[in-house]
Design a protein. Structure first.
Length: 383
């Protein structure tokens, strides 16, 4: 009995020393180490020290900004995120920062229903645009997230909202306004045993994008009978945003594939990054495979405006209003349009009406994942 007590005391004594040493390391690091501008692990810009202003002090804004700064610049932040997630997991916790620890190795981002006024503003803008440009063929593909298609893999009693009522309402509203809604939920449900989504990231895989493309092509009147691809793995060490955001499964990785056209009539495209004033002969930026954000392999990430030119027999021009889900989807479309213009409303500040006229756009495709679409307000502003 006495020996057991001594062992417990020794254990807690050593544990106390360990935390004391960690505290010393944190304090010293906070003094010595410079602020970090970008978190590779979380794939985002970190807050910098806010400027001290009288009006911010009075309103309480400075206190909030400084709290964000302290949280972002906490010494050894990445280590603590992983340590906290590991501790929480040992205690049975299955959610961290909106990310659920799902079954079969999946990390899944929950869905939060948007404010009704925000939803209405976006839908009203889309329907008004559709009515104003009734001469254009308009399509909408709002991709369900893994929390929708793979809901059986969620932990028990996970309080994630249901995407389907919102997608259904959106479908009805856009269809009434003359926009063709491309509903891929049944297709994805039929293929849900395949890897449609990454395990550690919120994006669909290239295979998921391909299945969505096949359904979109059928709706958009695209002949895919001559399409043929070679599947090429380009990375097996991808750690996605959900892993970084939650700290869960930090040692697990995903494979990224690209589908390369291999037919005799395959056409070469020119990719023009308009804001950056640079061109490329490839949809893929392989330098991104050496960074944490390996999904940025597709077009080098998100850009305000990209123009893709392909010497097709068709002279059609397609405008794609999109988020990052489109980046692995659009390469499948390139063989079927003379020009594709990708606009990301989160970064685009140009005149969309003028662009429609100058580029002689005949078709418009909205392509978003549901989580981003229902949370974002930039599309309304762009339209």
């Amino acid at each position: 009995m006495k020996k057991s007590l001594r062992n417990y005391r020794l254990f807690f004594h050593r544990l106390g020393l360990l935390f004391f040493l960690l505290l010393i390391i944190v304090l010293v690091s906070s003094i010595i180490l410079p602020d970090t501008g970008f978190s590779e692990k979380e794939n985002r810009v970190l807050a910098s020290r806010p400027a001290l202003k009288l009006d911010q002090l009075v309103s309480g804004g400075y206190e909030k900004q400084f709290e964000t700064y302290e949280n972002d610049q906490f010494p050894l932040r990445d280590m603590w995120i992983t340590l906290k997630a590991t501790t929480d997991r040992l205690m049975g916790k299955v959610e961290e920062n909106g990310v659920y620890l799902g079954k079969n190795g999946y990390l899944m981002e929950g869905f939060n229903a948007p404010p009704q006024t925000q939803y209405d503003a976006t839908v009203n803008a889309m329907t008004a645009f559709a009515q104003k440009h009734s001469d254009l063929k308009q399509y909408a593909l709002i991709a369900p997230n893994s929390v929708n298609i793979l809901k059986s893999k969620l932990p028990a009693f996970a309080p994630a909202d249901n995407q389907n009522p919102w997608i259904d309402n959106l479908k009805d509203s856009l269809t009434s306004a003359g926009v063709t809604f491309i509903d891929i939920r049944d297709t994805f449900t039929d293929h849900k045993t395949e890897d449609l989504y990454y395990h550690t990231d919120h994006h669909w895989t290239t295979l998921g994008a391909y299945y969505a493309y096949l359904q979109a092509a059928a709706v958009m009147g695209i002949d895919t009978s001559s399409d043929s691809y070679d599947k090429a793995p380009v990375s097996q060490t991808f750690k996605g945003t959900l892993s970084a955001k939650s700290g869960f499964r930090s040692s697990e990785t995903d494979e990224i594939d690209v589908f390369l056209p291999n037919g005799d009539n395959t056409l070469s495209s020119v990719v023009n990054y308009v804001e950056e004033q640079k061109k490329s002969a490839s949809f893929y930026d392989t330098s991104k495979l050496n960074t944490r954000d390996k999904y940025a392999l597709f077009f080098g990430g998100n850009h305000a405006q990209i123009k893709i030119s392909t010497p097709t027999e068709s002279n059609n021009t397609l405008l794609v209003l999109k988020d990052s889900y489109a980046n692995s989807f659009v390469p499948f479309l390139a063989q079927h349009y003379r020009k594709i213009i990708m606009i990301d409303p989160r970064y685009y500040y140009g005149d969309l009406e003028q662009l429609l006229q100058v580029e002689n756009v005949q078709e418009v495709l909205y392509l978003y994942n549901a989580n981003t679409f229902f949370a974002d307000t930039s599309l309304e502003l762009a339209l």
